[in-house]
Design a protein around this ligand. Structure first.
Ligand SMILES: [Zn+2]
Length: 289
């Protein structure tokens, strides 16, 4: 069994190790990448199941929220075991556990993980070089503000927050999809054309739904004891779910867990247990829409 010590805290390197572990043990697992990060690290995608509906689950837009990526890796193994017993839900799941491998490396290993971009990272941390609260990619762009949805409207909000360039969090970038990570994910959405997309973040035990996923979102929220909310303030612009909403697609942002920020590694099994029913039932509820 994929031990939680292998994936908590999650780094780019550990994501790769976990993917290799799963690929070696489960022949039905199909592994690919959707692209590479700014620093050339692979962005892994795992495919389980087959047929319709097709859903895409993505985690770790924000590096401090790596626990959702670990939960997706644990879920992948559980799915494969249940599949072998003919107990997995119908459909195909595409899992992207770590969209921001550079960001998690910066949090786990410090500024040296920024390599040739270390100078930029240092400047973005006000010259201090402390990356322990780094949420962005290695160019200081907050990936979940980099999608084409209210991008221009967010710029004054960003300036009001005192953000004028690369930063540990909340800088949306020069233009929508300016970053290889968001382009990779957007490309996967275009290529796979999933029936629905789940984007996992922390925290607050809350779910935000695109208009096309409102009813299913309410059912799934009730199922796991989360509330169905509406993003407010800076969180309301440029996110993946906002972009999919513009395209009329069913999409959910799930704010997993509740507690100190970031959620510590020892809370992984709790967070995993909390969201497992949602990961399991989403194909049935969202795939019909
Ligand atoms: Zn987040």
């Amino acid at each position: 069994m994929l031990a939680s010590r292998l994936v908590a805290p999650l780094t780019g390197e550990r994501t790769e190790e976990a993917v290799r572990y799963l690929a070696e043990r489960y022949p039905s697992l199909w592994v690919t990448t959707v692209g590479k990060s700014v620093m050339g690290r692979p962005i892994w995608m795992l495919r389980v199941g087959q047929g319709e509906p097709r859903l895409l689950y993505v985690a770790t837009h924000h590096s401090l929220e790596w626990i959702c990526g670990s939960a997706l890796l644990l879920f992948c193994e559980e799915y494969l075991k249940e599949e072998a017993r003919n107990r997995a839900p119908h459909g195909t799941l595409y899992l992207v556990p770590c969209l921001n491998p550079d960001g998690v490396e910066l949090v786990a290993k410090g500024i040296r993980a920024g390599g040739v971009l270390s100078h930029l990272v240092r400047r973005a941390t006000g010259g201090m070089g402390d990356t322990s609260r780094w949420q962005a990619n290695a160019r200081g762009v907050d990936l979940n503000h980099n999608y084409e949805a209210g991008f221009a409207a967010y710029k004054p909000v960003e300036r009001a927050l005192g953000i004028t360039g690369p930063a540990p969090t909340r800088y949306s970038g020069e233009y929508p999809l300016s970053e290889p990570e968001t382009r990779a994910l957007a490309g996967a959405v275009d290529t796979l054309s999933p029936h629905a997309v789940l984007s996992l973040h922390t925290q607050g035990r809350e779910i935000y739904a695109s208009r096309a996923a409102r009813a299913a979102g309410a059912l799934l929220a009730r199922r796991i004891g989360y509330t169905l909310g509406t993003p407010e303030g800076a969180a309301a612009y440029g996110g993946l779910t906002d972009w999919l909403d513009v395209r009329g697609m069913p999409a959910l942002t799930v704010e997993c867990g509740l507690g100190v920020n970031p959620l510590p590694p020892e809370t992984l099994s709790q967070v995993y247990r909390e969201v497992l029913p949602l990961l399991w039932h989403a194909p049935r509820l969202l795939g019909k829409m």
